[in-house]
Design a protein around this ligand. Sequence first.
Ligand SMILES: C[S@@+](CC[C@H](N)C(=O)[O-])C[C@H]1O[C@@H](n2cnc3c(N)ncnc32)[C@H](O)[C@@H]1O
Length: 435
Amino acid sequence: MTEPEPSRTPYVNASATGEIPSFNGDEKAKATDFANYFCSYAQLYHQKQMLADHNRMAAYHAAILGNSDVFKGKVVMDVGTGSGILAVWAAQAGARKVYAIEYTDMANHARTVMEANGVDHIVTVIQGAVEDIELPIESDNLELETANEGDEHRVVDIIISEWMGYFLLRESMLDSIIRARDKFLKQRTGLMFPSHTTMYIAPVCDEGERKQGAGEYAGAMSDWSDFCETTKHIYGVDMKTLESNFDREQKDYYLFSSRWTELPSEAVLAEPKIIKYLDLSTCTLADARGIESDATDNSFDFEINGNEYAGPISGLSGWFTADFKSRTDDVGVKCAPKVQNPAFLSTGPENGYTHWGQQTFYFLSSIPLLNNETTHLSGAIEMQRTKENSRLYNSRLRYTSSRLRKDNKDKKNGEEENTKILMKSAMVEQVYQIP
Ligand SMILES: C[S@@+](CC[C@H](N)C(=O)[O-])C[C@H]1O[C@@H](n2cnc3c(N)ncnc32)[C@H](O)[C@@H]1O
């Protein structure tokens, strides 16, 4: 009797268990993933875009070369080496051995870069998914941290990687980093670079871009109307029956997709709120999945003073920061080497251009800010992988806004300030794609 076929996942771009295909994906899922995700990384054009992002480069350069005491004599793994730049820096910082892992044919270019920079005797480029590769433990004489069963691959002292996507989690490469960590990194003394990441959101004023999206949507619908008239008039077929479907498509594209933005810091209307913090030494695959509705940090209550900001609130913007610092988990604090010169990368509006920019979720209608009134924007954010593609995310926003005025006319009589609620909106709930 033959085994029944395992049921196929509804995901097109995932393994049968819903994971990213580089882990356990069948050939079809891997091919789809390659076509959708990896193929761009195989082009120098795309790698160059990242290499020309000076905020990104400066942070990794400072993290690695600014901490050569930590790298000296160590075994380093660069997960997703691309053109190889982080591996070169690790070698220059004094690493004894660097394994530069790259899935795409960019691995060939990385080898050339190692030779051209005189570090090919230190850096070994391995082409493959980090989930599949093995390290030459015996031939390279690599030391295990312990002789414990299950630890026979844990020979790496430092994992460096630039795995972050838009709004941190897009691309889902964090799964690969966690799997590499749990297989190869020394548990007690190993370091992750970056070591911690933080996701933020804040209300922003950016009416130009919000109105542009609305205008593009209106233009697409007006064009549809012309198209229907023409098709009926010239070809005798009524297409109006498809209007609601076209409308849904256009709304999803123009109105309910976050937009890449490079906001000036003045656009931010309140102290940004942390919605997810990851310790890369301890975070789990479940943590990497997204932000669930019952997450501890995912709610927000922004208070915006109408005397300080003209507004209006055009939407919520999200971004992330990455730290390269000492371990903060109980084991790491005791056993791992200290990072004497912590480095930091911000993709927030205060830091200027990065290729990540911010992902801004524009509201359908903006929320006004009025003088002598305080506006509260309260709600929660979720982030989940899409059913169709395990590397893409949707974000669900739920929010209400309310306007409050502090009435202090009786204050001279020693009475407390009286807060009047002038308006409270209905709850808005909207799902946005992160394209
Ligand atoms: C954002 S790029 C960073 C490239 C390079 N490290 C840099 O900083 O310029 C990520 C790279 O990781 C590779 N990659 C992603 N997932 C991988 C995996 N599971 N195994 C090996 N390489 C992977 C991609 O092909 C891509 O070249």
